[in-house]
Design a protein around this ligand. Structure first.
Ligand code: GTR
Length: 337
């Protein structure tokens, strides 16, 4: 048997130390976190809070780093990379996962929540647990429901309030069937672009407008090119802090329990940061020349969404039907109050 050289033994010292400190089965590593947003965005602040907890919970054996602005992978590759463990944790909107977890598509329907408070009253209870179980089946662990706020339409030179305003307009949506159909049902022309390409799309005239919440509208600079923001309030959506099941299995049950709590805590913190950010955003953007428009009666826009709801009434997937039932029960309970 060859005798290892002194140099070889010295080189192995850091690894041996890490094994001894962290328990014999675990290797020290830096976990990778994916976000589409910039470092100062409420999502990343929440994720950083979670990343700090990773070091604390594993007593320094592991660290975690949040990689901003989609640097680690394109938006549509994140689920696969979470599954293979190439990315350890990520924060994403719900809609991209609809193809894998059909029940999530229900949450991407227009006009089903009127605000984040109502949405979280469901997600912090039975609905959230049901969806977490579904997500685990596709190898991701749901650790927190983050706020994606209320999404509204914006346009380069006018308000988009009445059906007639939408006719023929080229409006950007994400790569999501429901949202493509939503824009089409309003009589506009849907153009799918990645989030990072929307600014250039407006600049080049490929699109006349888009839709998003106020923090993204501001942080991505879209307000500079599309300064008419109309409160259509067509979508109120959650976002998710997800952890790779493959990476999760390398943690002890005690670490997993503590990280579950850290995920919930990061979501509470994120929601506070979100509210703080939203509070004075209109005043800030008005100073930059943005014009805010009321949409008036949402009824005509909502009625156009009817075909989108229809498919969910008769969904083949029983979990999707259960999600619809939970949302309806919540609506009728709040109507009765
Ligand atoms: C942002 C959201 C992202 C993504 C993006 C988009 O507000 O945080 O998850 O949905 O909008 O429009 O692509």
């Amino acid at each position: 048997m060859p005798i290892p050289s002194a140099r070889c033994l010295l080189g192995a010292l850091p690894l041996m130390a890490a094994l001894l400190l962290g328990g014999l089965s675990a290797e020290a590593r830096e976990m990778k976190g994916w976000s589409i947003h910039a470092d100062d965005y409420p999502v990343n602040l929440g994720m950083q809070r979670f990343a700090d907890a990773v070091a604390r919970v594993t007593k320094g054996r592991d660290t975690a780093r949040v990689h901003p602005s989609g640097q680690l992978a394109p938006q549509n590759a994140v689920l696969d990379k979470l599954r293979t463990g190439e990315i350890d944790f990520a924060e994403i909107g719900i809609v991209g996962y609809g193809d894998h977890v059909p029940a999530l598509k229900v949450l991407g329907l227009p006009y089903i929540f009127h605000d984040s408070t109502q949405m979280f009253s469901l997600l912090d209870g039975a609905l959230g647990e049901l969806l977490a179980t579904e997500l685990e089946k596709v190898d991701v662990i749901l650790l927190g429901w983050y706020d994606g706020g209320t999404r509204n339409f914006y346009h380069r030179d006018r308000k988009l309030a009445k059906i007639a305003d939408f006719r023929g307009e080229k409006l950007r949506v994400g790569q999501t069937q429901t949202h493509i159909e939503m824009v089409r049902s309003l009589g506009a022309q849907p153009v799918t672009l990645a989030f990072k390409d929307v600014y250039a799309g407006l600049e080049r005239g490929e699109i006349d407008g888009a839709e998003n919440n106020l923090p993204s509208y501001e942080s991505m600079g879209h307000y500079k090119l599309a300064p008419h923001y109309t409160f259509t309030q067509h979508l109120v959506t959650p976002e998710m802090l997800l952890f790779s099941k493959k990476s999760w299995q390398q943690l002890s049950p005690q670490e997993q329990a503590q990280l579950r709590e850290a995920g919930r805590e990061s979501a509470r913190f994120m929601r506070e940061e979100w509210n703080r950010r939203v509070k004075d955003i209109q005043a800030r953007l008005s100073k930059q020349g943005v014009q805010f428009h009321a949409a008036g009666d949402h009824g005509p826009l909502m009625r156009r969404m009817k075909p989108l709801y229809e498919s969910f009434w008769s969904a083949k997937d029983p979990v999707s039907r259960q999600v619809v039932a939970l949302i309806l029960a919540n609506l009728s309970a709040s109507a009765a109050r």
